[in-house]
Design a protein around this ligand. Structure first.
Ligand SMILES: NC(=O)c1ccc[n+]([C@@H]2O[C@H](COP(=O)([O-])OP(=O)(O)OC[C@H]3O[C@@H](n4cnc5c(N)ncnc54)[C@H](OP(=O)(O)O)[C@@H]3O)[C@@H](O)[C@H]2O)c1
Length: 575
């Protein structure tokens, strides 16, 4: 038990996301079968992909002759033996669905044909036609096992983790964090950098070697196209955890990478800051639990860190009282920050997709955690825009862009704690988040400066801080930035804890939180409270994550009753 209290009746909660269950429903199976039927003209009989879905409900009779390959596909030790549906106790979903997009993509006719030609016929299709009939059954069995099956167990994987999308700005900071803080590189821990452009990854390694000449280790470089099922299979099989930093996430096939991780027993961590993308993943929660694989999106400075701060405050309050936590309010106080080129591209991608994702974005419980009381004014997004005085820290609130994301994540943590059999923060838990200002005038000034993304970009350009893809704020300026999260947590019986979590620039914290999460999953799973599920960073990492990020620089404090915020700490705003 995380908080050391008895577990609770989970019927009073819901994920709040009927879409979540829909998301696990194998998409377009009829369409897929139609495609397969259309393949009858193909010269060999390759109904592999659909027939491989062991347990698939009522496979349609194929017009194809009984396939020579199908039995091998089924026996290829792909993790295809799980029944399609399994009844589990869950407040909303009736059954666990196995997501099949990745498997369908991996076992597409094209991939199977290409693989057979490469494996047996030196890549020459004419040899394929000539010698196909001479292949022995055991050869085919071995082919499917090595090309599509699960070839290594988690313990035998070459790397602790692989960083995908490492050529970008966040990838660079992640690499620097690893070189600075991770002990035993090359001995206890090896890792790999992966991405679609190996030359950029090699350039990253050259740069890091110059910056840290005392570290002899150099990571492997893996070329992998996130849209290619064979490439992402190789990624999932080479490590115990994939850390994905390739964004905008909603524009990549990252959900297929997550599915590959589920199939091949590899944990998954990412830094996405996109509610719609995480929403797409949460439908995999029950399947991930069943597979005992941890999927941990949002392990970053925004999202992840406030989530861990909330967890810390909750734990401290629980040490004082047995009562449920009624409300928690976090105030972010910093001297600024500048978006990277990748963050701007992600915002642009979200804006472009808005008509499709508006409903998800507008739902305060898009990632779960709805309280049984129904809609409450205090949970609505209107509260996030309030400019008013708060006694909690004797300061003024102003709207915080990331509150529209952090609030969803922390509500999900509350729900997850219940779903995983722990006690949630509170059955009527309310979470709110703002920026913190010393006076009304500065809160109003900041709110009015918070304009459209176009105007923000114009301002950044004028200041020379409009970054291209792959770029972001320089080391020296980032080094001057701080981010303090002030959390006021109040229990149903009136007990309260005020806490402060102090960190640096959001991109540096993204490197820290994501790497430490990946390391915990890859190397210290027995210290973690849960073995599987689509989890928030605080629920995945628990106290072990707090300890890990504290060790390398974040401070977590319970504040004394007479504490006052030092607003003079902001001597100059960086952006
Ligand atoms: N939540 C947070 O606090 C937080 C913090 C930091 C970053 N992020 C998010 O992390 C993402 C990366 O940010 P960044 O500043 O590092 O961006 P970046 O510098 O532009 O790097 C993006 C990386 O993703 C790769 N990539 C992009 N599209 C891809 C695709 N379709 N297939 C394969 N690889 C692809 C790029 O590869 P190439 O080099 O080959 O183009 C590059 O390695 C963004 O979505 C950002 O919002 C979130």
């Amino acid at each position: 038990m995380i908080f050391g209290r008895p577990t609770v009746d989970n019927k009073r909660f819901s994920t709040g996301t009927p879409e979540a269950t829909k998301a696990t429903t194998p998409r377009g199976r009829d369409h897929f079968h139609a495609r397969i039927r259309a393949r009858t003209a193909y010269r060999t009989t390759f109904p592999c992909a659909p027939r491989a879905h062991a347990g698939s409900p009522s496979p349609r009779p194929s017009r194809l002759a009984p396939s020579r390959l199908a039995p091998f596909v089924a026996r290829a030790s792909l993790p295809l033996d799980t029944p399609m549906t399994l009844k589990v106790a869950h407040p909303t979903s009736e059954s666990v669905h196995r997501p099949l997009d990745f498997v369908e993509s991996l076992l597409s006719k094209e991939n199977v044909e290409k693989g057979l030609t490469e494996h047996f016929f030196e890549g020459k299709p004419q040899l394929f036609d000539k010698y196909w009939d001479s292949l022995k059954e055991h050869e085919l069995r071995e082919f499917f096992q090595t090309r599509f099956g699960k070839t290594t167990s988690r313990e035998d994987r070459k790397h602790a983790f692989v960083v995908y999308g490492a050529s970008g700005y966040t990838g660079k900071l992640i690499l620097e964090y690893i070189y600075e803080h991770v002990k035993g590189l090359g001995t206890e821990i090896t890792f790999a950098l992966a991405g679609r452009t190996p030359a950029k990854l090699h350039a990253r390694i050259d740069a890091i070697k110059q910056k840290f000449p005392e570290v002899a280790y150099a990571p492997d470089v893996l070329r992998a196209d996130i849209a290619d099922a064979r490439d992402i299979r190789a990624l999932a099989l080479c490590a115990r955890c994939v850390l994905n930093v390739a964004g905008p996430f909603m524009n990549t096939n990252a959900h297929l990478l997550v599915q590959a991780c589920l199939e091949y027993d590899c944990d998954y961590v990412d830094v996405n800051g996109e509610v719609p993308f995480t929403h797409k993943l949460i439908g995999l929660h029950d399947y991930a639990k069943q597979r005992r694989v941890i999927v941990c999106p949002n392990a970053a400075g925004a999202g992840g860190l406030p989530d861990v701060a909330a967890f810390f405050a909750a734990k401290e309050l629980r040490a004082k009282t047995d009562a449920d936590i009624a409300r928690m309010h976090t105030f972010m106080h910093s001297n600024g920050g500048v978006p990277s080129g990748g963050t701007l591209a992600t915002r642009a991608a979200m804006t472009k997709a808005m008509s499709k994702v508006a409903k998800i974005m507008a739902d305060p419980f898009a990632l779960g955690g709805t309280v049984s009381d129904g809609k409450r004014a205090e949970d609505s997004d209107k509260c996030l825009n309030k400019i008013e005085h708060w006694d909690d820290f004797d300061g003024w609130s102003g709207p915080f862009t990331y509150a529209f994301y952090d609030t969803r994540l922390i509500r999900r943590s509350n729900w997850l704690l219940m779903d995983m059999g722990e006690d949630p923060y509170g059955m009527k838990f309310n979470y709110c988040e703002h920026l913190l200002f010393p006076d009304e005038a500065s809160a109003r000034a900041a709110a009015s400066a918070n304009t459209s993304s176009k105007k923000e970009e114009e301002k950044l350009k004028a200041e020379g801080k409009l970054y291209e893809l792959g770029e972001g704020l320089d080391d020296e300026t980032r080094g001057k930035l701080f981010t303090d999260y002030y959390v006021n947590a109040v229990a149903e019986d009136g007990a309260r804890v005020r806490a402060r979590v102090s960190a640096g620039d959001g991109y540096d914290e993204t490197a820290r939180v994501s790497v430490e999460t990946a390391l915990l999953l890859a190397c210290k799973r027995d210290e973690l409270p849960f073995v599987g599920g689509v989890l928030t960073p605080s629920v995945a990492g628990g106290q072990a994550l707090i300890d890990a990020v504290r060790r390398t620089g974040i401070t977590f404090e319970v504040l004394p009753e007479d504490f006052k915020v030092d607003f003079a700490k902001v001597t100059e705003r960086v952006a």
